[in-house]
Design a protein around this ligand. Structure first.
Ligand code: 4AD
Ligand code: MG
Length: 475
């Protein structure tokens, strides 16, 4: 059997077992005047590497002496107690009759860019194809995977259905116009591969595949709302795309979003669900990823684990936009952009002040001025605010944006027109308000920002395997 190299609990109970392991060398050290070698082997299953002790009696030993970091191996050996400190057990590969070593892939030691030392994150970004072999990016990948699992658990356990919403759409959900257009690259008619031809010649597929301009989606919300208005509690979880300025440490051109949508729910229930979901995810990594969290605590952010426990154990602050605005106005002198006018959008300096200076914990701001929020948010009785909410985090800023949706057709139509959007493009969305309209609410959580929260990693480009931002879409 092949086992994960260093499952965290590989300890005394493994001693005496003959096992097969595969992985990549982190270091190789010659010992005893070249009579045996220590190979530090890692397969990405956890931070720890397994120490493999290879004796010169084993076939291929001469070749091993020339190997360094980054080579791939398969070993068959016996787990023994380790005489050295730092690990309970090690793998002995010494008996030529029972044990074997296979060098699967060599690596030119002079050219291999990773070494045992800690590399800068800027450098790691330049080697995006190899950086998953570093401790940092490996740990992020494990936590990211765990958070995807936690997300599905949270919603599935509560009876939400997972709906796959489209990535290609003609509709701008947020109405902000920050979209990537989808164009075709087709072989010419008659050439190899054959472009599709419309026999009635209504559509020229090479120019106009969808019959009208199509884009990569900025959000799955409007689509998932259709399903909420039939199946009640639903969620979508997929990539979303925005052609906005993503030359910052918290924006990407391609990011993943989790968007639940609940029929028969209001803003209060929406905020409750958002808070419960974030806490569930934080608790999940505390329960399932402690070794990686301790690594982040040591290398990335001192006190991370305590901070996460605090998030789980204390309620998020909830304040209205108006209350937030009044607090900011009292401390006007602290900001570059002065909070003078009720109705202004909150900038990141304002969000940071609220979360880092005033409350020192996540803050949910709700009931925003209607002018600064999307057309689909439900108008409040005051006629100047909408039932919107944003969850703000210290250092990271907005992690969640959500709202109760406008379920009244006449009010919705007015909002669409007021915002200068084309009513006819939303005919299907309006139909939901014509046929059995219900109060409903939902939100979108930026998955990468959640990962930043639980790892302490402060640049969004380091929490997604292949970051997309201006000038960067190579591999
Ligand atoms: O606040 P936003 O724009 O909300 C929506 O898209 C709604 N349609 C969601 C809904 O109600 N179903 O985006 C939601 C979240 C933000 O709070 C942020 O965490 C993340 O998506 N986000 C980004 N993350 C990384 N890079 C970007 N460029 C992002 N833009 C938004
Ligand atoms: Mg938002």
């Amino acid at each position: 059997v092949s086992v994960l190299v260093a499952s965290e609990d590989m300890g005394a109970s493994w001693v005496g077992k003959l096992i097969t392991v595969c992985g990549w060398s982190r270091t190789i050290r010659k010992q005893g005047g070249g009579t045996f070698c220590f190979v530090e082997l890692n397969d990405g299953s956890c931070l720890k590497s397994l120490q493999v002790v290879v004796d010169k009696a084993v076939a291929g030993f001469d070749k091993l002496l020339k190997c360094g970091a980054g080579c791939s191996f398969r070993f068959v050996g016996t787990i023994v107690e380790s005489p050295a400190k730092g690990q309970a057990v090690e793998l002995a590969v010494k008996d030529p009759n029972a044990h074997t070593m296979t060098i699967l892939g060599e690596a030119d030691a002079g050219a291999y860019p990773l070494s045992k030392k800690q590399h800068s994150r800027e450098f790691l970004r330049e080697i995006g194809h190899l950086r998953p072999r570093s401790n940092l990016i490996g740990a992020v990948a494990r936590v990211r995977s765990a958070l995807a699992m936690a997300t599905h658990r949270f919603f599935q356990d509560r009876g939400f259905l997972y709906i796959h919403t489209p990535l290609i759409t003609c509709c701008d959900c947020e109405g902000a116009g920050e979209m990537f257009q989808v164009t075709t690259v087709l072989p010419k008619v008659g050439e190899k591969g054959n472009a599709p031809v419309d026999k009635e010649q209504k559509i020229d597929y090479s120019k106009d595949f969808f019959g009208k301009p199509a884009f990569l989606t900025v959000s799955g919300q409007l689509a998932v709302e259709n399903y909420a208005c039939a199946l009640s509690d639903v969620y979508t979880f997929g990539p979303t795309f925005r052609a906005e300025n993503s030359n910052t440490s918290r924006h990407l051109a391609e990011f993943w979003m989790i968007e639940p949508e609940m029929a028969f729910a209001d803003l209060q229930q929406d905020m409750d669900c958002a808070e419960a979901y974030v806490k569930y995810c934080v608790q999940w990594v505390l329960d399932n990823c402690m070794a990686d969290l301790e690594f982040f605590d040591l290398r990335v952010e001192k006190g991370l684990v305590d901070r996460l426990r605090h998030i789980v154990n204390s309620p998020f602050v909830r304040i209205t936009y108006t209350e937030a605005f009044e607090i900011l106005q009292k401390h006007k002198s602290k900001f570059q952009e002065k909070p003078e006018q009720w109705g202004m959008d909150l900038g990141s300096e304002h969000e940071r002040y609220l979360t880092e200076q005033v409350y020192k914990q996540p803050v949910t701001v709700y009931n925003y001025p209607k002018e600064i929020k999307a057309f689909y948010m439900r108008l409040n009785n005051d006629d100047r605010t909408v039932a919107a909410m944003d969850v703000l985090l210290p250092k990271i800023g907005e992690v969640i944006g959500g709202s109760q949706r406008e379920e009244r057709l006449d009010v919705l139509d007015r909002r669409i027109k007021d915002m200068g959007l084309p009513l006819e493009s939303y005919w299907w969305y309006r139909d939901l308000r014509k046929y059995g309209s219900v109060p409903h609410a939902g939100f979108g959580l930026g998955f990468e920002r959640l990962i930043m929260l639980v790892t302490g990693v402060d640049n969004i480009r380091d929490v997604i395997p292949f970051p997309r931002y201006p000038g960067h879409a190579d591999f």
